[in-house]
Design a protein around this ligand. Structure first.
Ligand code: C2O
Ligand code: CU
Length: 564
């Protein structure tokens, strides 16, 4: 009798696991409000969604459309963005402030529609105005359509690994100060995994994130880098990691002993618990190449703890991670990612109709009279694409475009760098430091096949830039160090199985080339996902015109668009 009952309970348990792991909803309520959190022995109020930090996980199946009711119960304007959701014909609820909407004011509400199409795996959501995203973020899990198997053996469990940065001070204050002084914003005081700095920090021991594993099982890590300003290396001591997805698209399996991931990127990673039962650290720290650029050089940890009877060490072993400036290690990893072409929704574009080459530079602006500026040599930090430092308008570009409101933006973002020079030379004339300022957009015809070459420069100082495009995934067909060479480099483009992603790391003093088809009408932001560079103006906007047919045109806005 007892064993029958046990069997029954076991079946019930398995059943609950199955339904738990793929439970999805078509409607979410996100209440943005303050909540008190203690980290590094000190307590402060942070903005959260529903009081959670990190925020709630959205779970959907491929191809679904869902709604999120966003209530602003905090004291700041906010917007939310669904990073990696391509939102076909739906830029209205994409989220970047003053690009596709005005912010949701305190006390107000906005119903955001999320239109999923080909995404599968892991992406994420985050706030998209000022520096609010420092604490307002969460994961999005996208399961295959019902009855479609995963392209890898079904893992035994799925586990979020969401990296972040923690400041002891109020982040809004950190942002405000840097804007006021023109200096680089203060670096964070800790990196976090699922909101926790880990054992190496004071006061975090008991709360460090734990993965309880069983020998022989496989764990699906849903990895998100939601850090503000840091590309990261991470690894699990004595274990390999197998990447099977990136930015919401499956990849060819790539097994490595460490991973490099930039802000904005997400990865689906398998961890096989195939080592001696013991305790191991999963650890992450910065990959930062800028000469003289201060960065948070701390290490965050989570614990991987095997079940079983053994005496764990007093302190688990730390993995060895590449040095903070090891570009070879970072690029060895990044350039090894490959898509599985059968999984990709569109072929790699071959005939390019629209060619864009854009520099991406850190800059400085002169200090206005009567002000004290704390940027390099008394200037103000800025950043640019094709020498234009993007100015955020005060009415959103989408509204201005849709209703033909003049004076909000200008078209004619340059298709090529305005001056040619040795972009990556060791020393460059100081006159190149100063960019123009403006709100210039590129207008693309519906269906254009676009190639963009991002050219890093050594103006002020070279560093890696993770560039993110809204509304699309793109193929990364090539990468290189130094200056892009128009006659030589395209011959080495990978047009067979390039990764299909929404964020690309452009290497320090190097370049990356991407291709996509402009088949999503609307207004789409493109920017560096290092938050300080975005704030400084390393941004631009694409307007994709309507196509001929009604299913290629922008529908009208929802009725509750937040007013400006
Ligand atoms: Cu992850 Cu424009 O953002
Ligand atoms: Cu950047």
């Amino acid at each position: 009798m007892a064993s029958v009952k046990k069997l029954f309970l076991q079946i019930l348990w398995c059943f609950s696991l199955i339904s738990l792991s793929s439970q999805t909803r078509s409607h979410y309520s996100f209440v943005v409000r303050e909540a008190q959190y203690t980290r590094l022995c000190s307590t402060k109020n942070i903005l959260t969604v529903n009081g959670n930090f990190p925020g709630p996980t959205i779970k959907v199946h491929r191809g679904e459309t869902i709604f999120v009711d966003v209530y602003n119960k905090g004291n700041y304007n906010i917007t939310l963005h669904w990073h990696g959701v391509k939102q076909p014909r739906n830029p209205w609820t994409d989220g970047p402030a003053y690009i596709t909407q005005c912010p949701i004011q305190p006390g107000k509400k906005f119903r955001q529609k999320l239109v999923f199409s080909f995404e599968e795996g892991t992406i994420w959501w985050h706030a998209h105005n000022n520096w609010i995203r420092a604490t307002v973020y969460g994961a999005i899990y996208i399961y295959p359509t019902k009855n479609t198997p995963l392209p890898f053996p079904k893992p035994d469990a799925e586990i979020p690994i969401i990296f972040g940065e923690w400041w002891l001070n109020d982040v809004n204050e950190v942002f405000r100060q840097s804007m006021e002084t023109g200096a680089a914003p203060n670096i964070s005081d800790a990196l976090t995994i699922n909101g926790q700095p880990g054992d190496l920090f004071p006061c975090s021991m008991p709360e460090t994130f734990k993965l309880n594993v069983e020998q022989g099982k496989t764990y699906h890590l849903r990895v998100v880098n939601s850090a503000m300003n840091l590309i990261l290396f991470f690894s699990v001591s004595q274990h390999n990691l197998t990447v099977v997805g990136a930015d919401g698209m499956y990849t060819k399996p790539l097994t490595r002993d460490f991973i490099c991931i930039s802000p904005g990127q997400t990865m689906d990673v398998l961890l096989h618990a195939n080592q001696e039962p013991n305790h191991y650290y999963l650890a992450a720290r910065a990959y930062s190449t800028g000469v003289g650029v201060a960065f948070d050089n701390t290490t965050t940890t989570a614990r991987v703890e095997y079940s079983g009877n053994y005496t764990p060490p007093s302190s688990p072993s730390l993995p060895s991670l590449p040095d903070f400036n090891d570009t070879q290690a970072a690029f060895g990893f990044i350039t090894s990612l490959r898509s599985s072409p059968t999984r990709c929704p569109v072929p790699v574009p071959i005939n390019i109709t629209t060619q864009i080459v854009t520099t991406i530079s850190v800059n400085t602006l002169p200090c206005p009279n009567g002000r004290t500026c704390l940027g390099p040599n008394g200037t103000i930090f800025a950043a640019s694409m094709n020498n234009i430092s993007f100015q955020i308008p005060s009415i959103d570009i989408l509204k201005a475009y849709y209703y033909h409101i003049n004076g909000v933006f200008k078209t004619g973002f340059p298709r090529f760098p305005p001056f040619l020079f040795n972009f990556t030379a060791d020393s460059l004339p100081l006159t190149l430091n100063i960019p123009k300022q403006g709100t210039k957009v590129s207008v693309l015809n519906y269906g254009a096949t676009v190639e963009i070459v991002f050219q890093g420069t050594n103006i002020v100082g070279g560093i890696d830039h993770p560039i993110h495009l809204h509304g699309f995934s793109f193929y990364v067909v090539g990468y290189g160090l130094g200056n892009f060479n128009r006659s030589r480099d395209p011959m080495n483009f990978n047009l067979v199985d390039p990764p299909y992603v929404n964020t690309v790391i452009v290497p320090i003093n190097g370049w990356a080339a991407i291709r996509f088809v402009a088949n999503n009408p609307g207004v789409w932001f493109m920017h560096c996902h290092l938050e300080r560079h975005q704030s400084w103006g390393m941004d631009t906007v694409f307007i994709v015109k309507n196509g001929k047919y009604s299913n290629q045109t922008l529908p009208p806005p929802p009725p509750d668009m937040p007013p400006c």
